[in-house]
Design a protein around this ligand. Structure first.
Ligand code: BT5
Length: 246
């Protein structure tokens, strides 16, 4: 076992990602170490966003990885790997979860998990990667400013044992991570694409201030989203360059 070989628990912490980054900086911390907490006082999302989670109800964790065989240009494979590990777990309890590019996990059109990956690159080497995961399990009320949040309990009607789910999640992630290290990365890519939210569906998007209709067809090698417009033109978007409209 790589992921979960060392589990550090905290009752309450600022952010598991921040703690994991500090541990990498200050200590000789083994690969696969998991920083886990029941509550974050300053949970982080992408680009200054926050992650809100009621105490003790959900899974909040960060995994420390040293994926040196992944080159910085291919770093999106880590996002794909982690996204698939989470969706493997969710599918066991309620099949049909989707990955909203780049790495939100959706079930029944609700966001039930978010991922924050923070990589440290030195020259041409990916030195470390912190994969932060917030997975909503037993929380049923979310703040009004995040109306699209959902949880496993909200969707299945059942209460879950978070300890059991933590163990299962780490085991699914470990399997996927080993596949990424020693197996077929192309199969990870293909599976990730097959699980994309809105894959091949004509839907509305917005980029650079204009709305357009298109359908997601693929992901580029760098992890950019490829959308075909009505004229058959393939457009490539990097993170934050495109919004999904309803
Ligand atoms: C993410 O960012 O979705 C990445 C979230 C990663 C959180 C984990 S928790 C453990 C680890 N330690 C951390 O500090 N972070 C990681 P982003 O795509 O930017 O989405 C953030 C947005 O999701 C917010 O602006 C809200 O709109 C929404 N949101 C906040 N809390 C949510 C929740 N519990 N469930 C669903 N959506 C939420």
């Amino acid at each position: 076992m790589i992921i979960g070989s060392n589990l550090l628990r905290f009752d309450s912490i600022q952010s598991t990602n921040t703690k994991a980054l500090m541990l990498i900086r200050n200590e000789d911390i083994p690969e696969g170490t998991v920083v886990f907490t029941g509550f974050q006082t300053a949970g982080r999302g992408q680009a200054g966003n926050t992650w809100e989670s009621e105490k003790g109800k959900n899974l909040l964790l960060s995994i420390i990885l040293y994926p040196e065989s992944v080159s910085p240009e291919n770093q999106f494979i880590i996002s794909m790997t982690i996204s698939l590990g989470i969706s493997d777990l969710i599918d066991k309890y309620h099949p049909g979860c989707k990955i909203k590019w780049p790495n939100d996990i959706y079930l029944n059109d609700k966001k039930i998990a978010g991922i924050l990956i923070e990589n440290s690159i030195s020259g041409s080497i990916l030195k470390s990667s912190v994969a932060g995961i917030g997975l909503n399990i037993n929380q049923v009320n979310f703040p009004p400013n995040i109306p699209n949040a959902g949880s496993l309990k909200q969707i299945t009607g059942k209460e879950f044992d978070t300890e059991v789910l933590l163990k299962e999640l780490l085991s699914e992630l470990d399997k996927r991570y080993k596949l990424m290290l020693y197996g077929d990365r192309e199969s990870i890519r293909r599976e990730y694409i097959s699980k994309l939210y809105r894959l091949n569906e004509w839907s509305r998007y917005r980029s650079a201030g204009s709305a357009f209709k298109g359908r997601i067809t693929n992901i580029s090698d760098e992890g950019h989203l490829i959308i075909e417009n009505h004229g058959g033109k393939m457009m490539t978007f990097s993170f934050k360059e495109v919004d999904y409209l309803s």
